[in-house]
Design a protein around this ligand. Sequence first.
Ligand SMILES: [Zn+2]
Length: 342
Amino acid sequence: MKAEDLDRLQAEACDAVRAGATKDELRRIEREHLGKGGVVADILASIPSLEPAERRAVGQGANRLKQAILAAIEARENELDAEALAAERKAEGFDASLPPPALERGALHPVTRVTRELEDIFTSMGYRVLDGPEVELDYYNFEALNIPKDHPAREMYDTFWCGEGENLLLRTHTSPVQIRALQKLEPPFRAIVPGRCFRNETVDASHEHTFHQMEGLVVGEDITVGHLIGTMKTFLRELFQRDLEVRLRPGYFPFVEPGFELDARCPFCEQGCSVCKRTTWIELCPCGMVHPAVLRHGGVDPERYTGFAFGLGLSRLVMLRYRIDDIRQIMAGDVRFLEQFA
Ligand SMILES: [Zn+2]
């Protein structure tokens, strides 16, 4: 066996491998060359009959031949795999030359947007942003807000009760955080509490079982209704970028005294439109001076401190802001609706 013979064998074997159309064919070529009784085995078997001087060169040559064939087989196998994958993709309609689909960009939810905007406005007025539990104790949601067990005002809140004993509930408003804030913070302080609230209501275009509120609470010495009105006017100016007249109507809520309904001039019209139901006024929020009993429940001395509180309908502000006419869209999670805010 001469070096030229080995070279020729290698060239022939590699040509055969490159022409192999299936993996079965490659296995057959491998067997014929490297298997028992194969070409390489024959060469190795012939070594003992060679001149000692030739043995080493022939042994090394046989080994090179084996490595070359194995490498050629591996390369051809990879080619066959790639061809099979390409054929499969073509059958699926995949075309690597097409441009990729456009990236879908997410967007902030309209409630998140308005919440952040309001947080900016109120923090610029020295308010801190507080949070509270959504599953609340009866004590914080009602009792400490001057709505004891037998109080008829409980009828106003269609409450989702949790479990036995009617002590745990899904908060019906953000007001329980008033008590938590009073217990925790040393007056004077200003705080807002944006968050989700829940009511067991029949759902329609203007009622939803899950909605958003933003509570506001200011406590200090000599806080008056004047501060409340000034605060609401400032907030409206920031939100709608213009001065809006406000008015107070008497309203009854057990945790404020006196209590009011605060209306603002419709920011969308001069003479009446569908948003303000042709009245030029929109109902903005219930508010009032914090009831002395509430201050006491929060451990604050009503002889020394007074305060005002308001409960902005955050969902309603979102609807006003983006002219959404059905509150159900806000929490429905319909991507077609949410995409409009991208
Ligand atoms: Zn209007």
